[in-house]
Design a protein around this ligand. Sequence first.
Ligand code: HEC
Ligand code: HEC
Ligand code: HEC
Length: 378
Amino acid sequence: MDCHRAGSQAKDKRIAGLEKHEIGKGDDPGGFVRDDLDNTVRQCMDCHSGGIQGAPKAVHKGLPPRHLKKLACQTCHIPYREVKAALIQDATHFNPAPGIFPPPKRIWTFYGPDARPWNYYGELHREGNKFQRVFTFVPVKVWYKGKIWPVNRVHSMWVGIIRPGVPGIDMVFMVDFFKLWKAHYDHPMTNFPALSKIRDDNGDGVPEVNRPVEIKALLGVVEKYLKSQGKLSKADRLVLVKDAAYTEDGVHWKTLNKLPWEATPYASVFKFSHDIYPADAALGAKGCTDCHSYKSSFFMRPVLVDLWDAKGNLRYEPNFKLLGYSKLAVDAGAFRQEILEPVLYYGFIFRNPNEWLVLWNPGLFATLLLPVLPFGLF
Ligand code: HEC
Ligand code: HEC
Ligand code: HEC
């Protein structure tokens, strides 16, 4: 409640003094619940500028001010996340993993932040809710409303129906989807034998519907089944939706409109604010090279950008591309902080420490000498 203040405790005019269970909230990019009250929660600086409740003042000596304008506090102060988190939700086939109960859950396959298959429902059934597997992972960085934020962008794949005059794409009812897969699973030779074409192409232990022949087989079977149930009209079109694209034949893809921070308009983006790490763990605590380096987890870390191609490979790109930075700008920053600054620093400190301290402050020296390349130029 210190953060999510309510009623007479709240400062924000939108909720202050309203004793109506109106609780200060954040801003969830994946939801539309009371967007009019977005960010009525206390902001980090409400406490960390004035020292409320003994909060240490955030000073950030030596950090060029541009960073605080462009980066959310959370981006540096949540360098890792340790939670139960799915990166991919795949609802295109029957999940063969052990222990999944009740059976209808088999139409979902989850993948952890490492993009490895994760038997979420099997675990849940075996261990109950008390067992909480957590993944430790580096969040993806995306632009959200003018700042870079740490997030989990969930990816998804499923079978949908485009109905004339109806906006968006409907998902095939999961009960229908389960029934047809179950029928096939019980008697593969007689019930929907075309589904046997779907197999594991990348050897990770679960099948994926990625090759055109698999996609066509699946859509054909779903069409046949739904028609037999009277649930598909002549004008309806069945499609496979994969992240921000869909296809009717597995060969030609059309792109969907999505917001820049999303992987797809049809799955959530979780923006992180909880579990702030101690200041010592923040990005930048070990130096500017935490980000400005050739191997930084910030700019260089590969992030998932598209699901399985026809060969079964996931597509990754370094995070800087997702952020819209050029390789040149990122390399220039890495060169400046990783190579140039140490050279200048050690070169001078050994000759005359005092002079260096006064005159040759390495940051100042580097800034004066170097064409400091603003990202915007590239
Ligand atoms: C309600 C007031 C409040 C809000 C809001 C708040 N903090 Fe804090 N924060 C504190 C207090 C108090 C401490 C000191 C806790 C302690 O010493 O045990 C603290 C500690 C910290 C520390 C640890 C400092 C250290 O020495 O390791 C960091 C980092 C931090 N906060 C960042 C944030 C960020 C980022 C946000 C916004 C997401 C935030 N805080 C929001 C009150 C707040
Ligand atoms: C570029 C990364 C970065 C950003 C952005 C950033 N911080 Fe920090 N922060 C650090 C680092 C590194 C430290 C530890 C070294 C230091 O104190 O300068 C730190 C220290 C702190 C501390 C501890 C201060 C102390 O003396 O104990 C607090 C509190 C804090 N930050 C809050 C914030 C808040 C609030 C914001 C957003 C307005 C923010 N930080 C944005 C990297 C960052
Ligand atoms: C959390 C990662 C992070 C850390 C830590 C960090 N930076 Fe940056 N830095 C960035 C990002 C992102 C930009 C681009 C901001 C923008 O879009 O304008 C940037 C831009 C800059 C720029 C502007 C010129 C350029 O390369 O485009 C300078 C100079 C810079 N940083 C210096 C530093 C120094 C010095 C430190 C250490 C005190 C530091 N940075 C620490 C992420 C970081």
